[in-house]
Write a protein that binds this ligand. Sequence first.
Ligand code: TXA
Ligand code: MG
Length: 332
Amino acid sequence: MKKSLILKPTEENIALCGKALREGKLVAFPTETVYGLGANAFLPEAVARIFEVKERPKFDPLIVHIANMDDIKEIANLGLMDNLQKNLLFKLIENFWPGPLTVVLPKNEKVPRIVTAGLDTVAVRMPSHPVARALIEKAGIPVAAPSANKFSRLSPTRAEHVAAQIGKEIDFIIDAGRTPLGVESTVIDLTHIPPVLLRPGGLPLEQIIETIGPVELSKSTPDEVHPKSPGMLKKHYAPSKPLHLLEDIYNFEPPPGSALLALTEPEPSVRQRYVKVEVLSPKGDLREAASNLFDALHRLENSEAKVIYAQSVPEKGLGRAIMDRLRKAAHS
Ligand code: TXA
Ligand code: MG
């Protein structure tokens, strides 16, 4: 099998990858959250390749990425939203785009069904990462892009993670180093009033509520066959070895060969019980912790440890996204 070409984010390479995307090839690229696996959202065959490469079930819809505000109309049918809904959308866009916020809107008929998994809604996001913006701009089309990992595995925060999981199956990877936020975008469904939080992510829920008022937490259970947002599936974002959540790291004696994923530096008496320890944020900052989460999990996955114990973090700010990902990683 061929290997994908890993490219530096020069203007020339971005133009090359933009053209490749437009013509139906698959390009992995950095965003401010995680690396995405992009395809031309208007070409069903290209989008189908994303599902193949990721081994992703067809009922799991993709996010469509745009670089300009006006392009939202190419993707969504705002005519199907009432004034209140539009008002909430405009407030969110004004405050948080470009950035780690995905909005679910009524779909425009131009978007192929495979992108939205047959739903009448479409998820739209305008990323803030300069390389992502430039690439989408150059491509000149909206870009459907899930995280660039195999389905239900750890999300990639470095080009190396992409290369290791799917490098043999795609055309190009643009390498711009580590992604700054490290957790995926927050997904909010604006087709309901009040809007529904479908996935906690890089934009804290508190900031959304401050801007648009009440937001409902999604009630659909992870056991549904067709979950509203398959990011809600129980097992997701999982490392290849068992992971367990720990409320109290002090009164726990792990089995030999265990690794610890800690929020802050553990006391030496705790540290010595583990063969490997990853600290997410020495000063206990949840934003820093989120940005290190997948990176640390990738290292633990590749370490000699047989099992990973992850310390629970407070569920506020970015802590909500961290706990969401850890709970899903813990379910096996
Ligand atoms: O930060 C991110 O959002 C990254 C980067 C690459 O932009 N992308 C990402 O995509 O995380 P993915 O496919 O791994 O997650 C997309 C999430 C899934 O939970 C999916 O179910 C949900 O968005 N989603 C997409 N379209 C939807 C729709 N029409 N209705 C409800 N949920 C939707
Ligand atoms: Mg994903």
